[in-house]
Design a protein. Sequence first.
Length: 494
Amino acid sequence: MITAHLPALQVVIPLLSAPVCAVLGRGVFAWVVTMVVAWVAFFIAAALLFEVVTNGPVSYEMGGWAAPWGIEYRIDRLNGPVLVIVAAIGALVTPCLRYNIARELAPEQQPLFYAAFLLALTGLLGITITGDAFNLYVFLEIASLASYTLVALGKTRRALPAAFQYLVLGTIGATFMLIGIGLLYMMTGTLNMVDLAERLPAVHELRMTRAAFAFIVVGAGLKLALFPLHLWMPNAYTYAPSVVSAFLAGTATKVGIYMLARFVFTVFGADFSFNIMPLGELLMIFALAGILVGSLVAIFQTNMKRMLAYSSVAQIGYMALGMSFANVNGLVATLVHMFNHAAMKGTLFLVLACVAYRIGASNLKAMRGLGRRMPFTMAAFVAAGFSLVGLPLTVGFVSKWYLLVAAIESGRWPVAVLVLVGSLLAFVYIWRVIEVAYFREPHPDAPEVIREAPLALLIPTLVLASATIYFGIDTDLTVGVARVAALTLLGGYQ
């Protein structure tokens, strides 16, 4: 039955569709193929998550070769939700691509853009679903190379140096990951993550194990833009095409957090990571620095995409901070915030895509008076912005609540205070936009008549904005899945 091969189809369908778009993609054909493939990937991811929740982990042996000899695709309570997040964001942004890319790219570039988009989606899905460490590196390279291309296709000349900076730092991160994986293979003779988790305890005391751990943590930190390894992110998000920024903000950093959690809690184990190695203390320091520095820098930005990029540095800090506590509530906060941040940042960047489509700019001046001229678009910004702050009845409140509980449980009251300070700083830069949009007159150079963006742009924006409210009220699904995953990852460690 075809359902038995869903794990393979999750990756194969977008992978094979990419060259089809590149070779045959003329007119709207490439866009139609991309949208269909992205939505098929979403439904496959949802079906796999349902299977995991209903019957437990799903294991798929590629080519019929049994693990650990062959490559295994494995879906469990940790990567099942991440798979859905990546596929959902990929599916929701595809309707926006037709309008956004048609304005920002020449016709001859568009088929190549759609091919790169599908390759990026392939790589991110592959990283999430694979149970083989080296296969994870291969998919990491696919996603990275495609992402560099997507960033470089931005309409300004600054997109090229931004993509080059992203390439250099991304290559360093991937190299660190590869060195760490190679050291693990030298010590254990296996690349299967489940097998690695069983064999590594016997060599925990070796310096090579600690070196492998350090390489992988630093490499993953570069990929997920953990402070101070975030330098590639502001320029990449600012100068990439608007919808690409929404796609990367909603997926790439979440996959980076997943990679870090997979190696820390599954492969090496919580006891090694937090007792033998001082990961908890280091993560906490860098996470708190990222929360405060990212939020402070965001306050002074006038380019909206750059403001949201620095905001992402702070939000990644919240996710890393939850991991640093190494307790159930902290890990629940991390896993829930992965979903929450994807919805929030996806909404905010799509709002900027809508604004750029109508006005041609996305700076703070361009937002003047838009609360009356684009009411639905700006309502989406308000919903996602308040969620970013963490106000009650939004998804941001849920994850920050669990983060505060985790800090109090571990006796770290100053950390809880700093989390609240970070939320206040977020309110400052979000309120700057709201004040300009609702309480300022339109810019004199702005067009007299400004309408809402086309429905293909507006509907995905409103869907994600609605998710930031709905899942802030009904938390059974997100928190329930995250709690089971947290308990599984921590095992007996507390």
